[in-house]
Design a protein around this ligand. Structure first.
Ligand code: ADP
Ligand code: MG
Length: 701
């Protein structure tokens, strides 16, 4: 049954209206009935189960209690006011604490009346209380719903303040589900529904909000995850096929003098097996006649730049220009220097373009580029500006892609004439296979899973702030041996001022501990002018300064092999992948290297786990897996802004087997019916059309 009801604007739902509709859209992205149906609860409360106040023993789970309000008072200490409500059942008393909406809540909760209170208890003075729990009159609550489970929804502060609490959302979804009954049409073909024994979409959406029982909840979740992952895979695979078939690429078949001369004369060390394998994979793309879009993953220090260079030489040998784009000026400069060094005596023209190159120099550079006199242009995002025109760009490398969105990749595509250049995206952010497959389904993947020989794992230790003097002593012995040291402070946007203060205080402290003339110290942070940053960085790179005090601006790619110690302050405030990136700055030379994670005394469970695992392993892939499990995939840098990982219910880590099932099914369906013309696949075709996936395979046979 085709039916447009599901696309109705949410403002028309009973009890919504214009004002709440605007808020729902702004705060939760809910525009239509459909959006609300797909706004899934994050958990459920079993309505038949009440916990006794005396039995509350954990701050980990959501519970509901039943009892009476016994007293209430507004307490004020200085600026902050709060409302403290005493609540009791026949086993004890507990306090409900409110910091905002005091008057409204004060009036709403009447002494002597029976309520249901739900929320997650908080630990307080060896006991428990509730902070901003939701409440409902017991009489209303017990007469309200016809299901056992009550859904809980994420809501923002703003929503709560406008009476769109989780409870209010629950009553909206209940209204909606009743109204939509019989109007939700199936999205998956019957043969798939039958084969995988899925419940209908109608049943799934009803049960995901108001499950009849646990079994139905499980079935609803399975059905919705299945659908989400399957459509994602279907779209990716169709786009990939499209690109492969449709996008003619420059053919770069020959391996010429430049590549061979480099390989035979300049290459200072043997390639690792992983590097060789990856170069082969890229080469076979380059001569295939199809345009390459490849993701090159490799842990920090695995030698991605060299791989990129050798592939660029093949492109140059075939008469094409190349671009190498880096996320920061410092990195672009470093790349330019190291390429120039590698290519000594080989007659390959390398040039650097950053926003610092201005005026005449810039004009000359651009005209050389346009005349084809430059073989490899290294630069920052300045390379993407439309004024930058190549004679014949054939191969583009984008380094550290988590700083680059899909949009940038597209700009790069537009730089070459007629055909798209081959694109190699390099990242040190180790993306677990399933995630790579799902997020980058439209890219092919190569992995360098091996470090060059002789690298020693970085010893990582955890110390609390009380040990700082010991750390300074250790730093002095390392400096005495000629080594250099990084000291890094976090910089988190919300509290930038405070962080900067941390950094400056830390710097002052270190200057005191390491006075001139025996010690030289650099400081770099994001708020400095870029010339000043460069100057400080340069002094450290050249070994003039012993210590580099900085924020995470040095996180990506910088290479100072003589640096052997990385001290990370407030390490509990960094994510795992960031810690790993930072640690990757040391251990690049032949010396034994150290990473010292400094934290405060009391750590949350999650922070403790992060620090522990950092001390246990140097393996980026293990860390990435752990990071995902700890933080959820939404936090992985780069995936959020690109919008590819817009999953509502599936969890790439926990649902890995289902990801594989979905991929295989998509493959199976498309193998048999690549254009989805079969009547059995009508619903799939509909989905693909609605989502504007390009399916114009008209040039295929
Ligand atoms: P990343 O993958 O982090 O970008 P780089 O390309 O910067 O790593 O390489 C790190 C260092 O390792 C560089 O100094 C590079 O010259 C060196 N290197 C690269 N490949 C090899 C190899 N096969 N053997 C020894 N050293 C290598
Ligand atoms: Mg690199």
């Amino acid at each position: 049954m085709e039916d447009g009801l599901i696309y109705t604007n949410i403002k028309f739902l009973s009890k919504v209206g214009d004002k709440r509709a605007a808020l729902l859209q702004k705060e939760a992205g809910i525009v239509s009935y459909k959006d609300l149906l797909y706004y899934f609860p994050y958990r459920y409360i079993d309505r038949s189960q009440y916990v006794k106040i005396s039995e509350i023993n954990s701050d980990k789970v959501y519970i509901q209690i039943r009892g009476k309000v016994v007293d209430k008072q507004t307490v004020s200490n200085g600026k902050s006011k709060r409302l403290v409500v005493g609540f009791a059942d026949d086993t004890g008393r507990i306090e409900l604490i409110y910091f905002s909406g005091l008057k409204w809540i004060y009036d709403k909760l009447n002494i002597g009346q029976q309520y249901v209170v739900f929320g997650k208890p908080s630990m307080f003075n060896n006991g428990f209380n509730f902070v901003h729990p939701e409440t409902e009159l017991l009489s209303v609550y017990t007469s309200m719903h016809d299901t056992e489970f009550l859904p809980l929804y994420n809501t923002t502060e703003k929503m709560k303040n406008s009476f769109l609490s989780s409870r209010a959302m629950a009553s909206l979804t209940l209204t909606l589900i009743r109204q939509m009954h019989g109007h939700i049409s199936e999205t998956l073909p019957e043969y798939i529904v039958n084969h995988y024994k899925l419940i209908s979409l109608q049943q799934a959406l009803e049960n995901i909000h108001y499950p009849q029982n646990m079994q139905m909840l499980a079935k609803a979740q399975y059905r919705l995850k299945f659908e989400e992952l399957f459509f994602m895979q279907l779209v990716h695979q169709m786009q990939k096929t499209y690109r492969k078939v449709k996008s003619d690429g420059f053919v770069m078949a020959k391996v010429g003098d430049k590549f061979n001369d480099f390989y035979n004369k300049n290459l200072p060390f043997p390639l690792t097996d992983a590097q060789k394998r990856v170069i082969k994979e890229i080469r076979s793309d380059m001569r295939s006649g199809r345009q390459m879009n490849r993701l090159l993953q490799g842990d920090v220090g695995s030698g991605k730049t060299l791989v990129a260079l050798m592939c660029m030489l093949i492109a140059v040998d075939n008469g094409y220009q190349c671009a190498l784009v880096a996320p920061t000026e410092i990195l672009a400069k470093q790349h330019c220097n190291s390429l120039t060094e590698f290519l000594k005596g080989l007659n390959v023209q390398v040039a650097l373009l950053t926003s610092e190159i201005k005026g005449k120099a810039r004009k000359n550079l651009l005209s050389n580029l346009q005349e084809g006199a430059i073989d490899i242009l290294v630069g920052t995002h300045a390379v993407l500006e439309s004024a930058v025109q190549f004679a014949n760009l054939g191969f583009a490398v984008i380094d550290e892609q988590h700083r680059f969105g899909v949009e940038q990749r597209r700009k790069m595509w537009e730089k070459s004439k007629g055909r798209l250049p081959h694109i190699l995206v390099m990242t040190a952010t180790p993306i677990p296979r399933t995630l790579a497959m799902t997020v980058y389904g439209d890219l092919d993947c190569s992995v360098i899973d091996q470090l060059p020989p002789g690298r020693k794992p970085v010893s990582t230790v955890h110390l609390t702030d009380a040990s700082i003097l010991k750390v300074y002593d250790f730093m002095r012995t390392q400096i005495a041996q000629g080594r250099q040291i990084y000291v890094v402070y976090p910089l988190i946007e919300e509290s930038e001022k405070l962080d900067l203060k941390d950094l400056n205080d830390g710097y002052d402290h270190i200057v005191q501990q390491f006075p001139l003339p025996d010690y030289q110290i650099s400081i770099v942070h994001g708020k400095m002018k870029s010339e000043q940053k460069e100057y400080e960085m340069e002094r450290f790179v050249k070994g003039i300064t012993n210590i580099m005090v900085s924020t995470t601006v040095i996180e990506v790619g910088v290479n100072v092999p003589n640096a052997s110690v990385m001290v990370i302050q407030n390490a509990e405030r960094f994510g795992l992948s960031q810690l790993h990136q930072l640690r990757g700055r040391v251990g690049r030379g032949s010396d034994k290297s150290y990473c010292i994670l400094m934290t405060k005394d009391n750590l949350s469970q999650d922070s403790k786990r992060r620090i522990e695992i950092m001390c246990q392993t140097n393996d980026g892939f293990v860390l990435a897996q752990e990071d995902l499990a700890l933080r959820g995939p939404g936090d992985i840098a780069g995936t959020q802004q690109s919008g590819v990982l817009d999953l509502k219910i599936a969890d790439i880590v926990k649902d890995e087997p289902l990801v594989r099932t979905a991929r295989d099914l998509a493959q199976f369906v498309l193998d048999k019916d690549p254009m989805l013309q079969d009547e059995n696949n009508r619903l799939l075709k509909q989905y693909i059309t609605a989502h504007k996936v390009i399916t114009d395979y008209s040039e295929i046979s």
